[in-house]
Design a binder for this molecule. Structure first.
Ligand code: NDP
Length: 457
């Protein structure tokens, strides 16, 4: 009989916490997980899942427009109803919440409905109950961060975006990362007059330079108003509400100009969610950015307490949290050492067109290797020869000349996420440019371009 109520107590039922709990329970551990908000965390409720559903919605008008060249006509008035989309999305998310709940209970995990707070290094309280556990894991994820400036309380974050009561006529999106470009693309696709404001020279810092430049050109063509080297100085509510009684805002930018808008959405990063879990009752160390410090085994500064996913900083990506949860479960209950490999993590930005990437950027590759070859292809996809749309696709391969290994692969174009996932396997397996060249293409696809690039630029 263990001296503890549980072998493992997990705080947070998001991507990392659910995976960790399920796998640990499957390995025979007695596991509990506490969640006070929603099953599935950010990804399921206010992140990846609703975002992707909204991206589909925002493509429809363009797809209908593209149909004209193929003989389709839309003689009626094409109209869009935000309430239908939002409610159908809510229904789907509730379904997923239920699935996450049953996955846990079917695995034998005890689900505690409420906020867990540390009492000591082996004890947490949830409401008026306390539980002891040999191991406790913090998997509380991250939370949107909005910088403070006059009127910043009028800006919403991605959390609220997914539940807006009405679709605004105009919107300003602040930021130049994943969320800003993705949500700006959704708003624009749904017919909202959208402006994206980014403080630097070019958004998507950290991505390959060609990708950033190319994405900028394509996103601009879609009609998003891009303002770089600027920032919001203040937001004030306009006194006179619009005719339909809605509020609108005057937004003053750092260059002194003023914009009128119905919505300000700040997508200015996410911070570790460590508030109100009683970390002051245990000696858990945070780094300067506020993330929980862990070692390579996800152990915090307290030996019985671990952290996985966004809360410890690093890659804020669902598949990374899943892999970390799985690795920790296997370490604690299956005697398997943790060897997470953070190299070559493929990722996609669901802006329009989508960006997907795996491996090094050209600048990183030049830094790491003495000599590299770069292959690039910039073309108009077959579909647009008839749709007439002025949209281009970019593909780029970076090869270490000495080993012939493909060390970076980047794409901006439709379905790039689907394509790069396959390429990521090849790169993980150490594929060389010769392997790419020996691969027979699938014709006619955009993806075949990756196996037919012969001349380095
Ligand atoms: P990011 O860290 O990606 O981007 C934040 C942006 O806000 C940057 O452009 C940053 O500028 C800007 N910014 C930060 N502080 C300020 C400020 N004080 N004033 C003005 N601008 C500011 O965060 P996101 O919120 O976009 O996303 C958070 C994380 O979520 C991402 O890193 C990603 O890992 C994950 N995510 C993944 C997705 C996917 O896989 N498709 C989708 C959405 C999110 P600067 O560049 O100058 O620092």
């Amino acid at each position: 009989m263990s001296e503890y109520d549980f072998d493992l107590f997990v705080i947070g039922a998001g991507s990392g916490g659910v995976r960790l709990s399920r796998i640990a329970a499957g390995l025979g551990a007695k596991v509990a997980v506490a969640e006070d908000r929603y099953m599935g965390g950010t990804c399921v409720n206010v992140g990846c899942v609703p975002k992707k559903l909204f991206v589909y919605a925002s493509h429809v008008a363009e797809d209908v427009e593209d149909g004209a060249g193929f003989g389709w006509s839309n003689s009626g008035n094409l109209s869009f109803d935000w309430n239908t989309l939002r409610e159908n999305k809510n229904k789907e998310i509730s379904r997923l919440n239920g699935i996450y709940g049953s996955l846990l209970s079917n695995s034998g995990v005890t689900v505690c409905d409420g906020r867990a707070r540390f009492v000591d290094k082996n004890t947490v309280s949830v409401g008026d109950k306390t539980y002891t556990a040999k191991h406790i894991t913090i998997a509380t994820g991250s939370w949107p961060f909005i910088p403070e400036f006059p009127g910043s309380e009028h800006a919403i974050s991605s959390n609220e975006f997914f539940f807006l009561p009405d679709l605004p006529k105009s919107a300003i999106v602040l930021g130049g990362g994943y969320i800003a470009v993705e949500l700006a693309g959704i708003l624009n696709g749904l017919g909202v007059n959208t402006t994206l404001i980014y403080r630097g020279d070019l958004f998507l810092r950290g991505f390959d330079e060609d990708v950033r430049q190319f994405a900028k050109d394509e996103i601009k063509k879609k009609g998003i108003n891009l303002k770089f080297n600027n920032n919001i100085a203040s937001i004030s509510i306009n006194n006179a509400a619009t005719q339909d009684g809605k509020v609108s805002y005057s937004v003053t930018l750092e260059d002194g100009s003023t914009e009128q808008t119905d919505l300000v959405l700040a997508a200015t990063g996410r911070k570790a969610h460590v508030q109100d879990i009683g970390i002051e009752n245990v000696d858990i160390k945070l780094n300067k950015a506020g993330n929980i410090i862990v070692d390579e085994n996800f152990t915090t500064s307290v030996d019985s307490i671990f952290a996985v996913g966004d809360v410890k900083g690093g890659y804020q990506l669902t598949p990374v949290a899943l892999a970390e949860g799985m690795a920790l479960a296997n370490k604690l209950f299956n005697n398997t050492p943790i060897c997470m490999d953070y190299e070559n993590i493929a990722t996609a930005v669901f802006c329009q067109p989508t960006i997907a990437t795996v491996g090094l950027t050209e600048i990183q590759a030049r830094d790491r290797f003495t000599d590299i070859d770069v292959y690039k292809s910039d073309f108009r996809a077959m579909k647009h020869t008839i749709s007439g749309r002025d949209e281009r696709t970019l593909m780029k391969l970076i090869v270490d000349k000495e080993s012939d290994k493909v060390v970076g692969c980047h794409m901006v174009g439709p379905e790039s996420g689907e394509i790069i996932q396959g390429i990521a396997i090849a790169i993980k397996a150490g594929a060389t440019k010769a392997h790419f060249d020996q691969t027979i293409g699938i014709h006619p696809t955009a993806a075949e371009e990756f196996v037919t690039m012969r001349e380095p630029v």
